[in-house]
Design a protein around this ligand. Structure first.
Ligand code: ADP
Ligand code: MG
Length: 447
């Protein structure tokens, strides 16, 4: 049915829209009871875009391929756990024109209320970035422009950018502040080009007093978008408007971004947001708890969380939220033992992150084949089966998306990965020896 749906969508939306937006959707599941269909988009942005532009076509295509199917859930895969972004009700069987339920969400460009300077905790890891952000928001004479913030996922870049936006707006009533991810910049620009109306897009951005572009790494390799981005930057800077840009890595490490953009960036102030140290993590937890005055969290629990959840602030926040929610639901006091139990899965996962490379090495060792076979085109059983097992393990043990896994196995298509996962699932049920192999590999990899 999925193939039929894709074919229908290609026709109803056009090949270009299909390639640009719908092709990346993956079928994650079909609930045989409710008939609900689950689709996964590679990012929240894309999920929302599909929702606001193609909900009707999706509902119609599914209904045609699978009469009586239930609602269609489009979820986003991100660094956060997969979550439902929106649901489209399938059209009623006798409905002539489908009228999907569409909920407007626009996370790509709104300032989030809770991301302010007040709620941002300063420590060694983010001091420079914070001070620069404050200075820029105050609006006095600037010794730098643009401000470029970089650092790993979940360390507070987006929070700081929104905080700049709020603060600048409050200090300069009537000013025009625009926040958007570079992904949104790209989609809007491409849509404007298709509609042969780039004028209003350009005019809108160039009218900004403060422009904040988040996650610029997304436009790597996108030439026409970069061209437009470069001109936008130049015009804003020469008009004395403020510009803040973020990325998940430093300018030197941004591959696929034009050098003239990079050199423009390095004219400004480049500030990194580092992984938080214990003290900062501890203070962030205390800060979050201030907003929950009714909840009692003993100090040893705060210490424990700050000590164990080191990867990112997002992870730390997620863990805290989970503990608070569990305590609320189970009406139990929060102590160390309760916290450990509530976070058992997460603590295990944060202890070790298995990489695709390790999986490939282990599997090749186990089956005594060369690691180059993981990406080779050979289909002989003795290499094809281990390759499928490695793909299966990559899907089970890492957070990598199907297309990404495919790429790491010699540039295979994501459907090949889906096929491998299914095949190994079947074999594990049918073949005790293979199942034992897979178990052993999982144990070794998770050790
Ligand atoms: P990034 O954009 O770098 O991936 P975010 O800005 O989305 O990260 O931050 C992830 C989460 O962690 C957000 O909920 C944010 O509020 C929180 N956070 C990050 N740094 C801090 C900090 N210094 N103080 C308070 N909260 C923070
Ligand atoms: Mg961010």
């Amino acid at each position: 049915a999925w193939q039929a749906v894709r074919d229908t969508l290609r026709k109803s939306c056009g090949q270009r829209s299909f390639d640009g937006w719908l092709k990346a959707l993956e079928l994650a599941g079909l609930d045989s009871e409710s008939g609900a269909v689950r689709l996964i988009a590679p990012s929240a942005f894309l999920a929302e875009w599909v929702q606001s532009h193609f909900a009707e076509q999706l509902a119609a295509a599914w209904h045609a391929a699978l009469p009586g199917c239930g609602e269609i859930l489009v979820e986003a895969r991100g660094d956060a756990p997969v979550r439902a972004i929106f649901a489209i009700d399938a059209p009623a069987p006798d409905a002539v024109t489908p009228e999907p339920v569409v909920v407007e969400i626009d996370r790509g460009s709104q300032l989030e209320d809770r991301f302010t300077f007040d709620s941002f905790v300063v420590g060694k890891a983010n001091e420079l970035a914070y001070n620069a952000a404050k200075t820029l928001a105050e609006g006095g004479k600037l010794g730098f422009n643009p401000l470029f913030l970089h650092g790993g996922v979940g360390l507070g870049k987006t929070h700081l950018m929104h905080a700049i936006g709020h603060d600048y707006r409050a200090r300069h009533p009537g000013s025009k502040v625009i926040y958007m991810t570079s992904e949104k910049f790209m989609y809007e620009f491409v849509a404007a080009m298709r509609a042969k109306d780039t004028h209003s897009f350009k005019a809108r951005l160039r009218a900004a007093d403060l422009l904040l572009i988040d996650d610029v790494q997304f436009i790597a390799g996108k030439d026409s978008t970069q061209e437009e981005f470069f001109h936008t930057m130049n015009e804003l800077i020469s008009a004395g408007r403020r510009l803040v840009i973020s990325a998940d890595r430093s300018p030197q490490d941004l591959e696929g971004i034009e050098s003239r953009i990079l050199s423009r960036l390095s004219w400004g102030l480049v500030a990194d947001v580092n992984t938080a140290d214990f003290e900062l993590r501890y203070n962030i937890i205390l800060k979050k708890l201030e907003t929950q005055p009714a909840v009692v969290v003993p100090n040893d629990v705060v210490m424990f969380l700050a000590k164990r959840l080191t990867a990112s602030i997002r992870e730390l926040e997620g863990a805290l939220t989970r503990v608070l929610a569990f305590a609320h639901l189970s009406k139990r006091p929060i102590d160390l033992e309760f916290t450990q139990a509530a976070l058992a899965d997460q603590l295990r996962a944060s202890q070790r992150r298995v990489t695709i490379d390790e999986i490939q090495r282990r599997v090749c060792d186990h089956y005594r084949i060369r690691q180059s076979e993981m990406g080779s085109a050979r289909r002989a059983r003795e290499v094809a089966r281990p390759r499928q097992i490695a793909m299966y393990l990559a899907k089970q043990l890492t957070q990598r998306s199907l297309p990404e896994i495919g790429r790491r196995f010699g540039g295979r298509d994501h459907t090949t990965v889906i096929h491998a996962v299914k095949r190994i699932e079947e074999l594990r049920a049918a073949d005790a020896e293979l199942d034992a192999d897979v178990r052993l590999l999982i144990r070794q990899l998770e050790a």
